[in-house]
Design a binder for this molecule. Sequence first.
Ligand code: AP5
Length: 252
Amino acid sequence: MRESEDQVAVTADRFMETSQSIGPIVLLGPPGAGKGTQAKRITERYAIPQISTGDLLRENVRNGTALGLKAKDIMARGELVPDELLYDMVAERLRRPDCERGCILDGFPRTAAQAAWLDAFLEGGHSDKSKRGKWLPFVISMDVDYNLLLLRLTGRRTCPTCERIYNVHFQPPRVDEVCDLDGIKLVTRNDDREEVIRERLQAYERQTRPVAEYYQQKGRLVSVDGMGSADQVTEHVFREIANHSPAKVGGC
Ligand code: AP5
């Protein structure tokens, strides 16, 4: 009897998580903070899409689009792509119906100008469907020490097929350099070379730190300790999401 009551409670919780509106969640943190790792777990738990501007840009580079051609060398140097090149790409993604209950923004916004653009875009009611409301982003900032970031980035490997993220130091695959899920050989990202990593971390300090200040001033930022294991960080992140209620209810 007790067991079936527990099952009902678990099913009800799952229903809530996968049907409630949680609005746009921004994961903010330096390269290697674990944004991509945590974004995938939030996607699984809450059934909302991960929008990674890094992944979208890399896809454009792979497909040789006009945007990809402009972004390719900038990304290889570890610098930020100019703000105005990103807006159409992000706007198009945010307008898709799968963002209706919310979405996870991983790697965007990354400058104070991008943060102001995002607020204006969401406040402006970008959706054609007037029944959808407007939400402002809830921001989870992940703090990790510099030396640990270096270790995480140099050890990162990714599956080119399913995009699962591994780490040779912290989350190694069962078989060396091979994806556990599909047996494909793992790859190292082009910008995970040490000299490029240093530039990316400097770009973060210069251009992305002000984003945290922007949201802090608006009272929409919480910080989590990103130094623990991936599971420990997930626990903190889920707790913050559960405690948060969207600024306004509607569609992402
Ligand atoms: P992007 O792809 O966004 O890269 P990033 O911000 O540099 O972040 P990363 O993907 O490197 O790190 P992450 O925090 O997601 O860490 P992960 O979970 O993988 O951007 C790439 C480039 O695109 C930029 O440099 C720029 O040129 C351009 N760009 C993108 N967005 C832009 C924008 N908005 N404006 C302008 N330009 C833009 O984890 C890292 C490793 O650590 C993994 O191996 C993982 O397994 C491991 N790990 C994660 N968490 C833990 C943990 N808790 N314990 C142990 N290991 C862990």
